[in-house]
Design a binder for this molecule. Structure first.
Ligand code: GLN
Ligand code: ZN
Length: 767
């Protein structure tokens, strides 16, 4: 018999809840603090209110108040930064210092930011070297637990685990070549041990350590290294004398062999992502024996997506898990950070569509339902399972979900639809059609979204401005942007995208098969939120989407005007996508709509079309075995979108990252005539990578880093261009910023572009 004093893991829980607030209260508070409109006391008090409201809401939705089922997953900015602060890897004595790591200040540049696993959430990358001193500094995690306790809640503190924290860090500037932050594991563990002691002393019964690094095969450390680190870390933390029970969560993909590793340690509960992964079938007997002593937390409710899903199938997975351990609990597959709060906030959506959806609050309720099933037997929840199945069946047969005309067109595609004329022929025809100078200059598409533009859009939405008035204002803006580019002497112009609220939503609003939300905000990073559209049905294009704006812009200039589209992969990556068919099929439907748009742009006299794919890298699966198939369909969808373009039409693409790794062949396979890419911060390294891979199409390595308000000097731009020109033939080289300018102000934009043009002219004379 086991000692009864060990608190059981709660039968139902979630790995985390949206932190930004149902009405983005945290965003408002944090931004008010940054502006100096509220002081730190007021900020703390608003954050406390938000945490209170969250706990109350979760209890209302069915999580227990005093059984550790409510996770304490608040963050002012980012959970990785929080963990780094807690262990002293970055020292932030107060909130000003904390935010300075995120946003930079007079004395420091912000930490680098990058995507969190295969989501569109961005975390801050801590810098760790041999010199980093670890010591328990942050006490917020303890304070928040005590705050909850004072309100009558026994919650479960959540922190990024030591293996993931180090695996996601980058070597500090002081670190020698080849240094791996993970080599500091032994030094950081005592700090985690001390934290566990403090949490126990405060009364915590369970602590959640997030270790998604254990599922990834896309990190610098190999899976074997990560597993060895997990064995060491949880061996050590398991032996801490007086500690809470440990729940190690491994979201975002299958845990695989690391499950045996964790089973071999002293942790009491293991969280498995059973939406993205399966229960490993080939477990050794010793692992099976060890698992019988663990609580297995089945992440069967999708934390990444907004579909109500198949609840009966989710319950069946939990029953399978019961064959491994008598102690099984239900959870979400990931934190609910990736989904909006509540479908009740979207009354404008069609009732039928709404009945298919589950946002965070609905998912918590689903967890509560499945937990009841685990406790009282399947019969107790039969009604709820049947309702979910009925909604699913309704969705499969509803009009618009499967549209025969769209399906017939897809079925009729032939390989020729994915091929353009040979590159040589295209170059010849495009040169003749465009007559551009060497090292042509251009921008990525958007110009600063000014306060006037936003005001006009808000006025249109509120009905204070009619469509004609709005259109007139946008045309005025396009006129200004075109005149500015003429004056700056750029070679290939853009219309500036003033009419686009967002590069995905703009298209989603015009395509059939999509719905858009009003309050469906999801944290992207810090106080930044996006509102992903919902791709629920077969996609088609009822009418041209961008043609009139481009035609108008082209009418203002003799220089070539780039048509500007968002590519199929990015449209999928930044929406909530239907889960009832392969992503490849959905991507091809979007691609066909874009293909028709390109044909219409050509008819309107547009000779260059850019199809942005900034998210190509983001959707790359974490598991190597799945990457080739992903790259195949994602490249194919781009080729389908652009494959109908005339040989004389120059197709551009834009990618938003400079770490190519495994995607470099894919970039070549896109077969775009010109690819612009982030390169300023890595000093043109990508040009090397591309030239090594025999990339012989046009390349526009971004010379101007638009992520900062800094105006680069002509000298440094010339130097960067000279570096690039030394690495690839001059005929391939384009000159452009490294991303769109929509987040910049006009003054710095104009000054920077002036310098870009001057640098291009200087380099032209020497090559
Ligand atoms: N054309 C888009 C713009 O300029 C591209 C944005 C992006 O790469 N994220 O804003
Ligand atoms: Zn970009």
């Amino acid at each position: 018999m086991e000692s009864v004093s060990i608190p059981a893991f709660p039968t139902g829980t979630i790995l985390g809840y949206p932190r930004i607030g149902r009405r983005r209260e945290l965003k408002r508070a944090v931004e008010a603090f940054w502006r100096g409109d509220i002081d730190v006391t007021e900020l703390e008090s608003r954050a406390r209110e938000l945490r209170r409201a969250t706990r109350e809401r979760l209890a209302e939705l069915g999580l227990g108040r005093t059984d550790s089922s409510i996770p304490e997953s608040f963050s002012f900015y980012d959970q990785v930064l929080d963990a780094a602060v807690t262990v002293g890897a970055v020292s932030a004595a107060d909130l000003d210092a904390y935010f300075a790591f995120a946003r930079g200040d007079a004395s420091r540049a912000p930490l680098e930011m990058t995507k969190w696993f295969d989501s569109n959430y961005h975390y801050l990358v801590p810098e760790i070297g041999p010199e980093t001193e670890f010591r328990l500094t942050g006490d917020r995690i303890v304070a928040e637990f005590l705050e909850a306790k004072a309100d009558g809640f026994l919650t479960r503190p959540v922190i990024v685990g030591p293996v993931t924290l180090l695996a996601l860090a980058k070597p500090s500037a002081e670190a020698p070549d080849g240094f791996a932050p993970l080599s500091r594991l032994e030094d950081v563990l005592p700090v985690y041990a001390e934290l566990l002691g403090r949490l126990r002393a405060a009364g915590a019964e369970w602590v959640q350590l997030d270790e998604p690094a254990l599922v990834s095969e896309s990190l610098p450390d190999t899976a074997d290294t990560l597993r060895a680190a997990a064995a060491a870390a949880y061996g050590r933390l398991g032996r801490v004398e007086d500690r809470p029970q440990l729940f190690v969560a491994a979201p975002y993909a299958e845990l695989g062999a690391a499950l045996a590793t964790l089973a071999g340690t002293e942790v009491e509960a293991i969280g498995l992502d059973l939406v993205r992964g399966n229960i490993p079938a080939d477990l050794f007997d010793c692992t099976r024996d060890a698992l019988k002593t663990k609580t297995l937390v089945g992440g069967v409710i999708d934390g990444h997506n907004i579909w109500r899903g198949d609840l009966a199938a989710a319950f069946a997975k939990l029953e399978l898990l019961r064959e491994l351990s008598p102690r099984v609990a239900v959870s979400t597959s990931t934190s609910l950070l990736h989904v909006p709060h509540d479908t009740a906030d979207e009354p404008q959506l069609e009732a039928r569509l709404l009945s298919w959806l589950a946002f965070a609050d609905q998912k918590v309720a689903q967890v509560a339902t499945l937990a009841a099933g685990l406790e009282r037997g399947a019969a107790a929840i039969r009604g709820a399972l049947a309702e979910a199945s009925a909604a699913l069946a309704d969705r499969l047969s509803a009009p618009g979900v499967r549209v025969p005309a769209v399906r017939e067109r897809l079925a009729g595609l032939a390989s020729a639809d994915f091929e353009r004329a040979p590159y040589r022929q295209r170059v010849a025809e495009q040169d003749a059609a465009l007559s551009l100078p060497a090292l042509p200059t251009t921008t990525i598409g958007s110009f600063p979204q000014t306060a006037e533009i936003r005001r006009a859009r808000a006025a249109l939405a509120a009905g204070r401005l009619d469509a004609a008035g709005y259109e007139a204002e946008m045309r005025e803006e396009i006129r200004r942007v075109v005149a500015l580019q003429e004056e700056l002497g750029l070679d290939v112009l853009v219309h500036g995208e003033p009419e686009r609220n967002d590069m995905v939503q703009y298209f989603a609003e015009q395509l059939d098969g999509f719905a858009v939300t009003v309050n469906g905000w999801v944290q992207s990073y810090g106080s930044r939120c996006t509102r992903p559209s919902i791709l629920w049905g077969d996609v088609s294009r009822p009418a041209p989407m961008t043609v009139e704006w481009s035609r108008f812009a082209q009418s203002l200039t003799a220089k070539p005007m780039k048509g500007m589209l968002t590519g199929p992969v990015t449209i999928l990556a930044w929406s909530f996508v239907r889960d009832d068919q392969p992503l490849a099929d959905t991507a091809n439907q979007v691609a066909l709509a874009l293909r028709d748009e390109i044909a219409d742009l050509e008819d309107a006299g547009i000779r260059i079309v850019q199809v942005d794919e900034p998210a190509l890298r983001e959707l790359l699966p974490l598991k190597r075995a799945a990457q080739a198939a992903y790259l195949d369909w994602s490249v194919a969808s781009f080729r389908l979108a652009t494959g109908g373009a005339d040989a004389a039409t120059q197709v551009h693409t834009h990618l938003c990252y400079s770490e190519f790794g495994v995607v470099i062949d894919a970039i070549r396979a896109l077969d775009a005539d010109v690819t612009s890419i982030e390169a300023a911060r890595s000093r043109m390294e990508v040009v090397d990578d591309l030239s090594r891979s025999r990339f012989d199409h046009g390349i526009g390595p971004g010379v101007y880093d638009i992520h900062s308000p800094r105006v680069p000097g002509v000298g440094e731009l010339t130097e960067l261009l000279t570096l690039a020109a030394a690495r690839i033939p001059e005929r391939q080289l384009w000159v452009n910023p490294d991303c769109g300018l929509k987040t910049r102000g006009y003054d710095e934009t104009v000054a920077s572009l002036r310098h870009v043009v001057a640098a291009a002219r200087a380099v032209r004379e020497h090559v």
